[in-house]
Ligand binder design. Structure first.
Ligand SMILES: [Ca+2]
Ligand SMILES: [Ca+2]
Length: 437
């Protein structure tokens, strides 16, 4: 699968901004991930990020202070760190000090308060952040949320191109109300996505069971909007299942504050020690599938298509579910010229024909090609896109419609009308290949 258009552009932008510092995942790190459904994505992604190497919380050898001290280094001065909520630049310390400490973004009180040697989430640096002492105290174990009444302001410093200002809600400040489990903590606008992705990581990394190498029990950490469940997780002892939130707010924060170079570097450094990555820093688009249920069944091929009169190649994407019984598979084509008629094609065979019938594009199907998938000739309108719902029990073929069978791979492409240099022509999207379940 590939990122959504906007996400892809943002990623490209931030990858440029991070050039020379962020490394990203090693080749093949995510090759076993199956993005077909939320369930398949969760199980295969968990397997990739599971069983990481635990570093001690505090030790004379390498510990969480050392890892986080590198992971949150101040971009302007490598001997300093930027803390997560206040965005203050502190001289890096090798251990406990009177300026900053370690913030469990998923509070230990919700599921894993007892720091035994086998307590994996307690020392997991993907969830642990260096934080101004006083701000960490203010956060306490309040669930994350948007502050709506009685909100106290915790201002930020201007560092690294973000932060500063006061007196305007939300501005670039943190805001908090209430206390403990009944409270709310709203993270500043430029770290709220980082914090959200740390919680999303926790939800998928910790699925109960045992550590695959050490055999030590792990909790199942689960994000929820139910503050009653969160409160009930605060038992004073380690639990096999524990809740934190608020999920809906964290999803909003994930979308509102995209990944930047600081967060990518943090992920790279933590991964270089623990051996596992926060997948939502590398693949922000997977949040849609895992937590919203909007998955991309299948993957593109024959990409990119030949550019059309907009100067861009048209793109096809599958949406919904590859499960035949779900009857919820849609095809979307975009980056089309406006007001262009078109339709989707399908075949079980991929191919490549350059400029068939004088078309400006290329046909990426062969064998028995069916026309007008979804039964409609569609128009790209004012936005240059069109979509159809696909009935998996009625896929067009030259001899009539057929039903897809589980395990069959089908390929789709859209054909559309275009005008180039005053001449009528036609073109195609790239291809989309998916396997029915
Ligand atoms: Ca951020
Ligand atoms: Ca979980």
């Amino acid at each position: 699968m590939r990122p959504l258009k906007t996400t892809g552009l943002l990623l490209a932008f931030f990858a440029l901004a991070a050039a020379g510092s962020a490394q990203g995942p090693p080749p093949g790190y995510y090759s076993t991930v199956d993005t077909t459904t939320a369930a398949s994505l969760r199980s295969t992604l968990h397997a990739v990020i599971d069983d990481h190497t635990r570093y001690p919380y505090t030790s004379g050898s390498t510990d969480t202070w050392d890892i986080l001290g590198l992971a949150q280094r101040d971009p302007a001065n490598a001997s300093r760190i930027l803390d997560v909520y206040r965005n203050r630049s502190f001289v890096r310390q090798s251990g406990g000090n009177s300026f900053y400490n370690r913030e469990h973004s998923w509070p230990t009180s919700y599921g894993f308060p007892s720091n035994g040697s086998g307590n994996m989430p307690f020392t997991d640096c993907h969830m642990l952040f260096l934080c101004d002492d006083g701000y960490n105290s203010s956060r306490s174990n309040k669930p994350f949320g948007n502050c709506t009444a009685g909100c106290g302001e915790l201002t930020t410093d201007a560092n690294g191109g973000v932060g500063g200002g006061s007196g305007v809600f939300p501005g670039q400040s943190n805001w908090t109300s209430g206390s403990f489990t009944n409270g709310t903590f709203q993270v500043n606008v430029f770290r709220k996505g980082d914090i959200a992705r740390a919680q999303l990581y926790a939800d998928v990394r910790y699925e109960g069971g045992t550590h695959g190498i050490t055999g030590v029990s792990e909790p199942d950490l689960i994000l929820t909007d139910n503050t009653g469940q969160i409160a009930a997780s605060n038992t004073g002892q380690n639990e096999s299942v524990a809740y934190m939130g608020r999920l809906a707010v964290l999803l909003d924060w994930h979308y509102a504050d995209p990944v930047d170079a600081f967060e990518q570097t943090r992920n790279d450094i933590v991964a270089s020690y623990q051996g596992n990555r926060n997948p939502f820093v590398d693949h922000p688009e997977w949040v849609d599938c895992l937590f919203v249920g909007s998955c991309e069944p299948g993957a593109p091929y024959c990409s990119p298509a030949a550019a059309n009169s907009t100067g861009q190649p048209a793109v096809i994407e599958g949406r919904g579910s590859a499960v035949i019984a779900d009857d919820d598979f849609r095809l979307l084509a975009f980056q089309l010229p406006n007001q262009a008629a078109g339709f989707f094609l399908c075949s079980q065979t991929q191919g490549f024909i350059l400029n068939p019938g004088g078309s400006s594009g290329n046909l990426c199907l062969a064998g028995n090609i069916g026309r007008v998938v979804g039964g409609q000739i569609v128009n790209s309108g004012f936005f240059g896109s069109f979509a159809v719902s696909v009935d998996p029990t009625a896929l067009p073929q030259p001899t009539g419609s057929v039903s897809a069978m589980a395990g069959e791979t089908w390929n789709f492409q859209a054909w559309y009308r275009d005008f180039a240099a005053g001449q009528v022509t036609s073109n195609f999207t790239d291809g989309w290949s998916m396997t029915w379940q």
